[in-house]
Design a protein around this ligand. Structure first.
Ligand SMILES: Cc1ncc(COP(=O)(O)O)c(C=O)c1O
Length: 300
């Protein structure tokens, strides 16, 4: 979860915009872009390995589906968006990194009406892969339960990875203010949705549980890969609603995400979370590293 990797790589952060690659510090979005004004747009955070783009087709599908769900059409089609990701990755080079692929509603009137925005804006940023903080990973992250609930799907569907992340941002801020590494976010029914930008898993014996996306979680691609690997390793995997009780009762709790990777939870609201399941977790993390390479699409 450390941002150290980004800080180290900040000088090399690049951005594809209007067909050109620029240093990210020189890339500009107009102030009348509705992505900037209203968070009106969708994005993907994508892992880049030395072999290429991780689960590229799946990321593109998630992005395109989210865009369709909010009525955001790209006139040239999503091939242009995919091209932006490929060209950015090529410019980044064959090394680990992270892409932020963004499609905004584009420039329009100052009012919220998206019909005033004829042309979406496409941006792709590449930066260094975040290095895991070894000490933190060893101890496990300290989480608090956020006082903010995840909006229900009929308010803002979590399957739409939109630019409207204020709920996540404020939960993260609350965690920081309370001295924790991250926040567990519950839905309006008090069930576990996810953490601020990662999915949650609970391992009990050889059974691995993760909340269904209908409980407020993004359909994470790290999550999907972990589910596949766990099944291959003979674990019984269930998408099952979880309460805080289930996390305290588990043998291990961990988070998954493109930036975070697979990271164990050490405590929740000051109470320790069990570590007896960590050997299984470490097996999954090792298998994930190998699978990340296998599922990378070369761009050269
Ligand atoms: C809210 C949220 N949940 C979960 C995830 C993890 O998804 P993925 O594994 O696809 O990165 C993310 C990633 O950015 C996220 O923003």
């Amino acid at each position: 979860m450390s941002e150290r990797g980004n800080e180290q790589a900040s000088e090399t952060t690049i951005c594809w915009i209007e067909g050109k690659i620029l240093p990210a510090s020189e890339a500009r979005i107009p102030v009348l872009d509705h992505g900037f004004l209203f968070g009106d747009g969708v994005f993907e955070g994508i892992r880049v390995t030395r072999r290429g783009i991780f689960r590229f087709a799946d990321h593109m599908k998630r992005l395109e589906t989210a865009a369709r769900a909010i009525g955001l059409a790209v006139p040239g089609g999503f091939d242009e968006v995919a091209r932006a990701a490929r060209e950015t990755t090529r410019a980044w080079g064959p090394r680990a990194g992270y892409l932020r692929l963004v499609v905004t509603r584009g420039v329009g009137a100052l009012g919220i009406d998206p019909a005033t925005c004829p042309t979406p804006a496409i941006v792709c940023i590449a930066t260094g892969a975040a290095l895991p903080d070894a000490k933190k990973a060893e101890r496990g992250l300290d989480l608090i339960t956020s006082s903010l609930r995840r909006p229900p799907a009929d308010v803002l569907d979590p399957r739409v990875k939109s630019l409207n992340y204020l709920n996540n941002v404020l939960a993260k801020r609350e965690a920081t203010l309370r001295g924790a590494d991250d926040a567990l976010v519950l839905n309006a029914r008090g069930l576990v949705a996810e953490a601020t930008a990662t999915n949650v898993f609970a391992l009990t014996g050889r059974t691995l549980d993760t909340p269904p996306t209908t409980d407020g979680a993004l359909e994470g691609l790290t999550r999907r890969t972990v589910i596949e690997l766990a099944a291959e390793q003979g674990l019984s995997v269930r998408e099952k609603s979880l309460g805080r009780f289930d996390l305290y009762a588990a043998d291990a709790v961990f988070l998954t995400g493109t930036r975070a990777g697979i990271v164990a939870v050490g405590s929740l609201d000051g109470s320790p979370i069990a570590k007896t399941g960590w050997p299984v977790l470490h097996d999954l993390a090792r298998a994930f590293d190998a699978r990340a390479l296998e599922l990378s699409t070369p761009v050269a």
